[in-house]
Design a protein around this ligand. Structure first.
Ligand SMILES: N[C@@H](CCC(=O)N[C@@H](CS)C(=O)NCC(=O)O)C(=O)O
Length: 239
């Protein structure tokens, strides 16, 4: 069977992996999950006990969670080197460095902002504090990323790779939280624009927002979440 990626909306970082699957060009399927709704159902814990997207069902029916693990699963199958580079090359080391940075500090910098936005019982004083902390952290990580981006068209080499995919999945969050900076992070802004114009990213974004979209043909369709839970979910331990 084809591997199946479970991606979340709204504004999930998992959009990154939909774009990466398009660039990879091998047959795959998708499952679209409402992170504010059906992902909260206890049954989802059978796929990911941490109640997060993304989740990958591999071609031999195993459940793989965590963005980095899924990205490395794709990299290991990218024989044509469409989204990655030769093993043991300097480009691979650089791609892994950037993927690690984006998936840890860069993504984590938004934690306070999400906490302020999603607070169950709104508390204006705590929300204002969380927003202040979040703004500083996001700005600092954007400054560091700006320094890491080279003069080339993409993060590594002259075509998009897994590093660019992971970046575009979260780089849009700054605008979502209305974080801007006087310098405008010119290299990051140019890279984001290039990626947002990419057909694979446009396809992934349209799917996420529920608009009709046509990809490059590698996607063989969507699968219902309930089917995946029934077929591949673990049995939950009962107390
Ligand atoms: N460490 C995980 C984090 C994944 C993650 O934080 N996913 C978010 C969406 S971007 C999520 O599912 N959050 C749960 C929620 O919104 O309640 C990974 O890298 O895959």
């Amino acid at each position: 069977m084809e591997p199946i990626l479970i991606y979340g909306y709204p504004s999930g970082s998992s959009m990154a992996l939909v774009a990466a699957l398009e660039w990879l060009g091998q047959p795959y399927r998708l499952c679209r999950v409402d992170m504010l709704g059906e992902m909260r159902d206890p049954a989802y814990r059978r796929l990911n006990p941490r109640v997060e997207t993304p989740v990958l069902i591999t071609d031999d029916g195993r459940v793989v969670t965590e963005t980095m693990a899924i990205a490395l699963w794709l990299e290991a199958r990218d024989d044509a080197r469409r989204i990655s580079f030769a093993p043991r090359s300097a480009q691979t080391d650089r791609m892994h460095q950037l993927m690690g940075f984006v998936n840890t500090g860069f993504t984590g910098a938004f934690t306070s902002l999400w906490a302020a936005l999603e607070m169950q019982t709104p508390d204006p004083a705590r929300q204002a504090l969380l927003r202040d902390i979040g703004k500083d952290q996001v700005t600092e990580r954007h400054d560091r990323l700006e320094e890491m981006i080279g003069p080339g068209p993409y993060l590594v080499g002259d075509r998009p790779s897994l590093a660019d995919a992971l970046l575009i999945g979260v780089a849009r969050w700054a605008a979502y939280h209305q974080i801007t900076e006087a310098s405008g992070w010119p290299r990051l802004t140019a890279l984001r624009k290039r990626l947002e114009d990419d057909p694979a990213v446009q396809y992934a974004t349209a799917l996420e927002t529920g608009e009709p979209a046509t990809g490059n043909g590698a996607c063989r369709g969507h699968v219902a979440l309930q089917d995946l839970i029934t077929r591949f979910g673990a049995q939950l331990e009962t107390a």
